[in-house]
Design a protein around this ligand. Structure first.
Ligand code: ZN
Ligand code: ZN
Length: 414
């Protein structure tokens, strides 16, 4: 049975960098194995959503998984909530949130509450989740902390709406915003009322919490407020098994990637040391992929740090991360040499590492496998792959192409 592995290096695409003699990090990186896959496979460029449109990681991954992001994007909150392990139901409204330090005048002193520890936020969260609201007894409040000051909030009930304002002003020194309704529906008004009541009660609980009394005693900023952003209402996606006939698993450290994949019906593998940061254990992730590929048709491997280096405006660090990823693929390449595994490598958007923000340039892709039509491209980078046999495709084309190689695409017509 043929299998496939898709490696997504986040924010992989780049532009020529002055500090790299006018090359992109991918062009200058010593990445023997990735180049070998390009030599032996076929390559091209991907407009992840559409040419020139800078996309987020959430919409980019949706597209790569084969879902039109304009029809299927619920906002970031639900993906983060799924990635945090919450079992969402259709109609749930989910938010990303931060513990923050807010002064008596409602002005944000620290958006991250001094980066409180995960242990502290877990203790605070125990007193916030499942809080009851007397005026809305039918609404369930689910709050789950993730890493450090971050967490997710889910409202479960009937007649809720994601059309409420972010309360996070996204900068310190600004006032916390009221979660006002953003349209005139009954649902938006109710959701706004629920949030106002919940956030007021949450602030009271936090103000008197033992953890915060200790923090103030030690001269640390208290986590006395929750600020919300990224509201979205969850709607189940058609499972990827139904769309493309493949059973899928994902190996990723970051909650967002785990969440998008869960929404599409992937099983999420837990790998110790997969952190979603520079220090992620690539060897352990590749081993997890190699074991998952025994039981699944397709395994997605996500590496975040290439995008992190781009946002840190550090082209050299991005190059180094690409080199590390290439080296870590050795065992997978050996396993795939048995002739039963396709390997695809691409990115979810371009993040030029001298700009530090996402841009709409296409990203390179390669597909390697036993019977792909080998093209003349000998390197895996933004420029070389523009001469490849896949030419220029869209993100939503990737899954049909791979599913076709796996022999799972249904014929159209007779
Ligand atoms: Zn991304
Ligand atoms: Zn990014």
């Amino acid at each position: 049975m043929m299998k496939a592995v898709i490696l997504i290096m986040d924010g992989l695409g780049d532009r020529p960098c002055k500090t790299l003699s006018g090359m992109t990090p991918l062009q200058i990186a010593r990445k023997q194995l990735l180049d070998r896959l390009a030599v032996e496979g076929e390559t091209g460029l991907v407009d992840v959503i559409s040419p020139g449109l800078p996309n987020g990681s959430d919409t980019g991954h949706l597209a790569i998984l084969g879902y039109n992001p304009f029809d299927n994007y619920p906002g970031r909150g639900p993906f983060e909530a799924l990635g945090a392990g919450i079992d969402l139901r259709s109609g749930d409204v989910a938010f990303r949130c931060n513990f923050a330090t807010v002064g008596p005048d409602g002005v944000i002193v620290d958006r991250r509450a001094g980066r409180i520890t995960s242990e502290e936020s877990a203790a605070l969260a125990r007193d916030l989740s499942e809080m009851s609201l007397p005026d809305h007894p039918d609404v369930r409040i689910i709050f789950k902390p993730t890493v450090e000051h971050r967490g997710v909030l889910v409202l479960r009930g009937s007649h809720l709406s994601p059309r409420v304002a972010d309360t996070d002003p996204h900068q310190e020194g600004a006032r916390v915003i009221e979660p006002n309704p953003m349209d005139s529906t009954e649902e938006a008004r109710t959701t706004s009322e629920i949030l106002i009541t919940f956030l007021r009660k949450a602030s009271q609980v936090l103000a008197n919490h033992e953890i915060n009394r200790k923090r103030i005693g030690s001269g640390l900023p208290p986590a006395n407020h929750l600020i919300l952003r990224g509201a979205g209402q969850f709607r189940a996606l058609q499972p990827i098994q139904q769309r493309f006939g493949v059973g899928c698993a994902v190996v990723a450290g970051g909650a967002l990637y785990r969440g998008v994949c869960r929404a599409a019906g992937f099983d999420v593998m837990d790998v110790a040391g997969a952190t979603g940061t520079y220090d992620t254990d690539l060897g352990a992730k590749v081993q997890a992929v190699m074991s998952a590929v025994k039981s699944y048709d397709l395994v997605l491997l996500h590496v975040k740090a290439t995008d992190t280096a781009s946002h840190d405006r550090n082209p050299a660090r991005k190059k180094e991360m690409i080199e590390r990823v290439s080296q870590s693929l050795g065992p997978l390449y050996e396993l795939a040499g048995s002739g039963e595994i396709y390997i695809a490598v691409t990115g979810d958007h371009t993040t030029p590492s001298e700009i530090g923000e996402h841009r709409g340039d296409p990203v390179p892709i390669l597909i390697w496998g036993p019977d792909v039509r080998r093209d003349c491209v000998e390197r895996f980078d933004e420029v070389s792959c523009s001469r490849g046999g896949l030419h220029r495709i869209r993100g939503v084309d990737i899954m049909p192409i791979i599913s076709n190689y796996l022999g799972k695409m249904e014929m159209y017509g007779e």
